[in-house]
Every structure is written in structure tokens, then in C-alpha cells.
Design a protein around this ligand. Structure first.
Ligand code: PMP
Length: 443
């Protein structure tokens, strides 16, 4: 079967209930993408769209990499599927070893899943089970943070802190607290890199320890750089302080690196960039350059070893997915890691960080701009909300940029940018000048 992806395959858009989308509005004026190459999508109406967001923070090596599509094709013809329970296939072990080799020392074992949300659920479950198998079953509390995004499953929603994502779904998990978010607009406006103010916000963890007792707390989970909530780089010293407090109280520290791993901040991980190693790390997205869904949860040797002490024939962790370490995902991931290495893309992101920040901070005096934040190859352009309709101006900017051939991402009135790491100077100019034109044009 072949697909003529440019043909109008279907005229009735009603059956597909789209995720995180204003469906009725979308279907009135659909934005349909039919192909992608390098830095660009092609839309169904035949326009080239510059990808300012690497898809959804995930296509770090650019679109349609032949090395990756070839690997997927080859594996599909070779081994379509292998059960991951009590069975394995060699590439899964190879991939796990490669990931361990590029991530910070101490993260020594990998559990595979199919998405960021699943990587988070896996992390939370491992944290709880770790304490239980060590005889500290009283450590059941989980601590997240306001404005955090940890996916959409019940555990991730519970520790997450995005109001709209939570409010229709009942009481969620019990025994969850949230640290304050780190957005201090008055002190930190227009910051390049890590903001100077806010390390003290980590001390709120001491308050929760005093309130509940450390012996009841299993883990703290944070995004080292909050992404979906509108790009909030960690204040200087904040992650170090979280690490110090969690270690002192025997609480596990989980970094959700679904966005930040694989070069987004100029290193294999945010943990490496900030010099702070968590006990558990979640990844997904750019792991496979987004060509096949995959999530991965990395854990410390100490955590893994705690599960390996029972009788040999006993299953250590009653958890897993039919598609854990799927052969096509492993093939895509191994090929993707090779591309990152061969093209030096993490270093490239590091080299581009300054010119990228220069270009973004050039938007400072444009209409509606109330803050700009940059870190690695990420940027947030925060706009003043219209008092009567928060989010409306942000969405108009997103739509107008798309109409002018540039894909951005909008959350509320913040435009988030996270281009593929192959971005060139000309693309940065186009991205920023399109945004500038749109900001000048809209009310
Ligand atoms: N955690 C973080 C930090 C994320 O940014 C995301 C997705 N944006 C997720 C988890 C969830 O990933 P997925 O959509 O693949 O389930």
C-alpha cells in the first residue's frame, strides 16, 4: 500500500477527536501537514513551513533523516515485534547501554516505555516500589511542582501542576504536594540562561519534610527546565539545593527530561548541563528523533540493585508495556543517537546558544512583549494577555506565524520556540523576523 499524502484523503474531519486542540475551531480552518524534510514541513495547501518547534520539542536532528528511516525500514523487515516480558532482542540491550554511556555517571539502567507520560508513570512507580522493597513502605508521598507538566496519565497529572490539565479529572492521587513554581517575573524578567533569583524556592521542600516527616516521602519530581508551562529555566542554585535536601532526607530526586534530554540544552541531558544528577531520569521525544514513539526511564545502580536481591526466578518489578523496547523504536533510537554523534548536534546547540539568545532578545522592544527567556535552543516570548481574553493574543500570534510560514507553539500568551538543532542562521532570522512582523501587526 502506498499513500498519496498530498491528496485530500478525507473531507470529513469530524471522526478524529484531536488531542489538546480546539477541535471545532481547528476543523473550520485546518492546518494539515503532509510531509517534512530538514527544517521544514509542507502543508496540504503546498506551503513550506519552517519548523520553529522541532515538531513538539522532539525532532532534534531535523525531519526525514534517511539514516533513521532506513533503520526503521530495515528492522520492520527483519524483526517486526518481540515480546519484552521474559524475552528480548539484542538491539534493546544495545540501546540501553548506549543511553547509559551518554547520561551522567550513576544512571546505570534503563526501563523502556512508549511515551513521556509512560516514562513518568514508570519513574513514580519505581520510586514507590524502591522504598517498599527496602523496607521503607511508609515512604508513599510524592512531591511535584506548580506549573509542571509530566504528561497526562494519572500519576503524572497528580504531580503535575497545570490547572487546565487537572481540573476535570477528580481527586487524582492522594498524598501529593507541590513545590512552588520558579517563575519570578519581577526579579527575573528578560533573563538569558538561568535566572539569578529563586534558589530559595527549593527550601519549600524543608517545609514539606517538617510537615509530613521525611519517612513518608518517596520522591520529588521536577522538570529541570519547565517546558510546557511556558519555558521556565531553573534559577541558579535551585537544582543543587533540591539535590542537597533530597539526599539529606533519603528522598529520591526525579528529573523529567522528556524535553531537555538529547541536546536541547547543548548536552545529552539537563543533568549534565547543570551538574546535578538525579536518582531517576525520564526521557522520550528526541530519543528516537520522534520517528517512532518511545520513552525511557533511567535509574541509579542503587535503585536497580534494590530490586535484584530476591530469588533469581522471581520477577523483580511487576510493570511493563507490550511495546516496551519495541524493535522499530530501538532501531530508530540507535540510528538517532548515531546521527547526534556523527553530526555533533549537542555541541552545535551549545555553539548556537548565544546567537540564538541574541536574536530572541532582539524582540524586547516589540509591542506586547513582557518577558523573554532563553536557555539552550529554547525560547519563550511572553506577551501581555488581553484582560478580557487571556490566551487569545498568544493564539493569534501562533496562527499568524503559521499563515506566514513559521510553526511556533503557544501556551496561554507565551510563544515557545525549540527548533531542530540543525537550524541555520538564515532560519533563525526568518523565525525572529516573522515573529516581529506579527507582533507589530496584531492588536
Ligand atoms: N514530561 C514532560 C516534561 C513533557 O514535556 C511531556 C510532553 N510534552 C511529557 C512528560 C509527556 O510526554 P508524552 O506526550 O510523550 O506522553
Amino acid at each position: 500500500m502506498t499513500f498519496d499524502v498530498t491528496a485530500p484523503m478525507v473531507n470529513d474531519l469530524d471522526a478524529y477527536w484531536m488531542p489538546f486542540t480546539a477541535n471545532r475551531q481547528f476543523k473550520g480552518a485546518p492546518r494539515l501537514l503532509v510531509s517534512a524534510r530538514g527544517m521544514h514541513y509542507t502543508s496540504r495547501d503546498g506551503r513550506r513551513i519552517l519548523d520553529g518547534t522541532a515538531g513538539l520539542w522532539c525532532v532534534n536532528a531535523g525531519h526525514g533523516r534517511p539514516e533513521i528511516t532506513e533503520a526503521i525500514r530495515a528492522m520492520a523487515g527483519h524483526l517486526d515485534y518481540a515480546p519484552p516480558f521474559q524475552m528480548g532482542h539484542p538491539l534493546a540491550f544495545d540501546l540501553a547501554a548506549r543511553l547509559v554511556s551518554i547520561m551522567p555517571d550513576g544512571l546505570d539502567h534503563v526501563f523502556f516505555s512508549n511515551s513521556g507520560s509512560e516514562a513518568v508513570e514508570t519513574a513514580l512507580k519505581i520510586a514507590l516500589a524502591y522504598h517498599a522493597v527496602r523496607g521503607e513502605a511508609g515512604r508513599t508521598r510524592l512531591i511535584g511542582r506548580e506549573r509542571a507538566y509530566h504528561g497526562v496519565n494519572f500519576g503524572g497529572l497528580s504531580v503535575g501542576g497545570m490547572v487546565n490539565n487537572r481540573r476535570l479529572f477528580g481527586t487524582l492521587l492522594g498524598g501529593v504536594d507541590h513545590l512552588p513554581h520558579t517563575h519570578l517575573p519581577a526579579e527575573n524578567a528578560f533573563t538569558r540562561g538561568q535566572p539569578a533569583h529563586g534558589a530559595h524556592l527549593a527550601d519549600d521542600l524543608e517545609r514539606l519534610v517538617a510537615l509530613h516527616g521525611a519517612e513518608t516521602i518517596a520522591a520529588v519530581i521536577v522538570e529541570p527546565m519547565a517546558g510546557s508551562a511556558g519555558v521556565l529555566p531553573p534559577p541558579r542554585g535551585y537544582l543543587e539545593r533540591l539535590r542537597e535536601i533530597t539526599t539529606r532526607h533519603g528522598i529520591l530526586l526525579i528529573f523529567d527530561e522528556v524535553i531537555t534530554a538529547f541536546g536541547r540544552l547543548g548536552h545529552a541531558s539537563a543533568a549534565e548541563r547543570f551538574g546535578v544528577t538525579p536518582d531517576i531520569m525520564t526521557t522520550a521525544k528526541a530519543l528516537t528523533n520522534a520517528a517512532v514513539p518511545m520513552g525511557a526511564t533511567l535509574v541509579s545502580g542503587a535503585i536497580h540493585d534494590a530490586f535484584m536481591r530476591g530469588p533469581e526466578h522471581v520477577v523483580e518489578l511487576f510493570h511493563g508495556y507490550t511495546y516496551s523496547a519495541h524493535p522499530l523504536a530501538c532501531a530508530a533510537a540507535v540510528a538517532t543517537q548515531e546521527v547526534y554523534k556523527a553530526d555533533g548536534l549537542f555541541t552545535r546547540a551549545r555553539t548556537l546558544e548565544d546567537p540564538w539568545a541574541d536574536a530572541i532578545h532582539g524582540l524586547r522592544d516589540l509591542p506586547h512583549v513582557i518577558d523573554l527567556r532563553t536557555l539552550g535552543l529554547v525560547a519563550a516570548v511572553e506577551l501581555a494577555p488581553r484582560p478580557e481574553a487571556p490566551g487569545e493574543r498568544g493564539f493569534e500570534v501562533f496562527r499568524a506565524c503559521y499563515d506566514r510560514g513559521v510553526l511556533t507553539r503557544v501556551t496561554g500568551d507565551t510563544i515557545a520556540l525549540s527548533p531542530p538543532l540543525i537550524i541555520g542562521d538564515g532560519h533563525i532570522d526568518q523565525l525572529v523576523s516573522t515573529l516581529a512582523d506579527v507582533l507589530r501587526a496584531i492588536p
